[in-house]
Design a protein around this ligand. Sequence first.
Ligand code: FES
Length: 114
Amino acid sequence: MQSQRQVILCPIEDIDPEHGREVQVEVSGRSEGLALFRLGERVVAYRNICPHQGRALSWAPGEFLCEPDGSLVCPHHGARFELVTGRCIAGPCAGSSLSEVTIRLENGMVWLES
Ligand code: FES
């Protein structure tokens, strides 16, 4: 069985600086979407699940509503999340947070850490 520590998610340059990118990973035998966002030289990763009703944060496959102020808007009921922290700053689940996924950057690649 392959350790998640060895999983490359994508090259950093493949993450759209304005709209992020979704990648699929296998967790416990099932596919799960991760949402990756570039914040300058940093990359943050969250499970593609809104804490409000558990729906995908993407409005279309791999497409996210990122705002110029550094926030992400859930397309279903408008919850707004601060990308740098994952915290919901407005909307129906204000005060809750996205589920962050630990990643590392190495040689221009984004790696999933278990
Ligand atoms: S499911 Fe995201 S705001 Fe309701």
